[in-house]
Structure formats: structure tokens, C-alpha cells
Write a protein that binds this ligand. Structure first.
Ligand SMILES: Nc1ncnc2c1ncn2[C@@H]1O[C@H](COP(=O)(O)OP(=O)(O)OP(=O)(O)O)[C@@H](O)[C@H]1O
Ligand SMILES: [Mg+2]
Length: 302
């Protein structure tokens, strides 16, 4: 698959995958591909950080390898583990067969046959379509020691397995890291990466995303939906709706055969947009109607 030649090319390749990418983000991605630097994406929830990794992998015809971060994730789970159960079976079989040459057996038990490759090691392996896209998702959920380990792994793209030796990527993977900024990721890691902040899209772009992701939606309803969500984001909410919520909501409205927004329809379907009871409670009564009026007033001319 061809490499993008310029920023417009990146936008076009992503758009063929249904991903609408603004100029700033496309520039960051283009540079990251060109310079072979990891791309660090921070932003609100549901704004398309994870999705862009999937889209660029599909556009380039590369394998996507995802390392989902969580609290307590450690190097061994991220890189490799020995298949203990299979080792035990092999050991028992060797004992039963009377083959008790200990050294040979130990050597055999620590070969690739018994190795379980986790995402970071998989990403160092050659892949049919070229270097894979390695998505390190939700970095902010891990802790400092894991971050330090990642820093090292990302600097030389190699891992050492004591029993097997060092495995080095023939070609560095395309690395995309994401964070929801529940905590700050260490400067040392950020310094190694190109950085982009993924914000909520503006009206035009969100309408474009909606027509890519929910093409059945009528233009009128789509404009109303986007205007409403944009207005809702200006309210003081505990958790503002992301693009994912806009798409979900549009699908709910389609399922209900809604033709246009009304305060009633909005109130009935708020659960698709807001996921905290306090936020939903705030929208009770005349609030939804007020925001709807505000949204309609702000609608740009068709
Ligand atoms: N620019 C975009 N173009 C097309 N679809 C988008 C775009 N942004 C978001 N989406 C849609 O929104 C959904 C959520 O996006 P995604 O999971 O990438 O968000 P995220 O930023 O990773 O959120 P979180 O921080 O919660 O993980 C995707 O499934 C995708 O359909
Ligand atoms: Mg995500």
C-alpha cells in the first residue's frame, strides 16, 4: 500500500475509511509517518483517538496491534509470557517417556513453541503488509514504572527475552499512543513523540462525521442533532458528550423514526448522550427545550 505523499493525502486515505480528519491532526499523523516518530494523542473521551489508529492501519493495509493499558499492567503481560500449562504438559510427557535429559529438556521448554507473544513483542515481528500499527491505548491508566519501560521499548524497538535473546523489529512499527489525560504522562515519554490534542469537532466536521457514520440520517435531522450536541457541550456538565455519543444518539433517533427534534424526543433519548444521572437531571423540565431553541438559533444557514 502506498505511503501518503502529503497532508491532503492523509486526509483522503482516512476519509476512505470513514474517518474525518482535520488539518492539524492530519499534519501530525503525516509527520509521524514521515519521520518515524510515535504519535501521542490526547483529548476528550469519544473524539476519535482510538479510531484514527484503526483507520490508518486499514488505509495503509497494515496489521493493527493494540495494547490496551490498565492499572497494574506490567512489562511481562505487555511483551511475552511463557505458556506454563504447555510447558508442564511437555515436562510430564518427557518424564513419562523416560527422557530425563534435564538440560535438553529445559532448553526445549524455553523455545518459541512455548512463548505467548503479547502486543509489544508482536509489534516487533515482521508482518506481511509491512510494519504494523501499534496502538498503545489509554496510556494514562498505567503507572510510572510501566511508562519508563515503554520509553525504553519505544526508543530502540527491541525486547530481550533472557532465554531467547534479543528480538529487534526489522522495521519500526507505526506507534500511536492515546490518553484521556486522567493524569499527566511523563515528559520524557512525550518528548519522544509528536503530540496532537484531539478536540471536539466543530459543527461542519461533526456533520461530516455523522454523514460518514450514519448516512441514513436525513440532512435536516443531522444538522439539528449536531447543533444540539454542540450546544449541550457548552453547558456545565460532569461529562460532555463525545462524537461517539453523537453517532449513538443519531442511531437511536433513526430507530425511533424521528423526523425532527422535539423536547419530548430529546428527553426520551438523553441516555444516549449523557451517562451521568446528575447531568440527565440537569436537562429535565424546560432545559432540553431551551438548549434545543439555542441550537436551532445557532444553526448555520443550510
Ligand atoms: N473523526 C472521526 N471520523 C469518524 N468517526 C469518528 C471520528 N471521531 C470519532 N468517531 C467515531 O466515534 C467513535 C468513538 O471514537 P474513539 O473510540 O476513537 O474515541 P476515543 O477518543 O478513543 O475515546 P476514548 O477516549 O473514550 O477512548 C468511533 O467509533 C467512531 O465511530
Ligand atoms: Mg479510545
Amino acid at each position: 500500500m502506498r505511503q501518503p505523499g502529503d497532508i491532503g493525502d492523509v486526509q483522503q486515505m482516512l476519509s476512505q475509511q470513514g474517518y474525518v480528519c482535520g488539518r492539524a491532526l492530519a499534519t501530525a499523523l503525516f509527520l509521524s509517518l514521515r519521520l518515524g516518530r510515535p504519535l501521542f494523542l490526547e483529548g476528550e473521551a469519544g473524539t476519535g483517538k482510538t479510531e484514527i489508529a484503526k483507520a490508518i492501519a486499514a488505509a495503509l493495509g497494515r496489521r493493527l496491534i493494540r495494547l490496551q493499558c490498565y492499572e497494574g499492567l506490567d512489562a511481562s503481560t505487555a511483551v511475552y509470557e511463557w505458556n506454563f500449562a504447555a510447558q508442564m504438559i511437555a515436562l510430564r510427557a518427557a518424564e513419562a517417556g523416560g527422557r530425563a535429559d534435564n538440560d535438553a529438556l529445559t532448553q526445549h521448554l524455553f523455545t518459541e513453541q512455548f512463548l505467548i507473544e503479547r502486543p509489544l513483542l508482536q509489534a516487533m515481528r515482521p508482518q506481511p503488509g509491512g510494519a504494523p500499527v501499534l496502538l498503545i491505548d489509554e496510556m494514562d491508566r498505567t503507572d510510572a514504572p510501566f511508562e519508563a519501560f515503554l520509553l525504553e521499548a519505544l526508543s530502540d524497538f527491541q525486547v530481550t527475552i533472557p532465554e531467547l535473546g534479543t528480538i529487534k523489529a526489522p522495521e519500526p512499527p507505526i506507534v500511536i499512543l492515546t490518553s484521556n489525560r486522567t493524569r499527566e504522562v511523563h515528559d520524557a515519554l512525550k518528548r519522544r513523540c509528536l503530540y496532537a490534542w484531539v478536540d471536539y469537532p466543530d459543527f461542519e466536521r461533526e456533520a461530516e462525521i455523522l454523514s460518514a457514520r450514519a448516512p441514513e440520517l436525513s440532512r435536516t435531522l443531522s444538522r439539528e442533532v449536531v447543533a444540539f450536541v454542540q450546544a449541550l457541550r457548552t453547558e456545565d456538565l460532569f461529562k460532555k458528550p463525545g462524537v461517539a455519543e453523537t453517532i449513538d444518539w443519531a442511531k437511536c433517533l433513526l430507530a425511533l423514526d424521528a423526523v425532527t427534534l422535539s423536547p419530548q424526543v430529546v428527553a426520551d433519548t438523553l441516555g444516549a448522550l449523557l451517562k451521568y444521572q446528575d447531568d440527565i437531571a440537569k436537562m429535565q423540565g424546560s432545559e432540553a427545550a431551551r438548549i434545543l431553541d439555542q441550537a436551532r438559533a445557532a444553526l448555520p444557514p443550510a
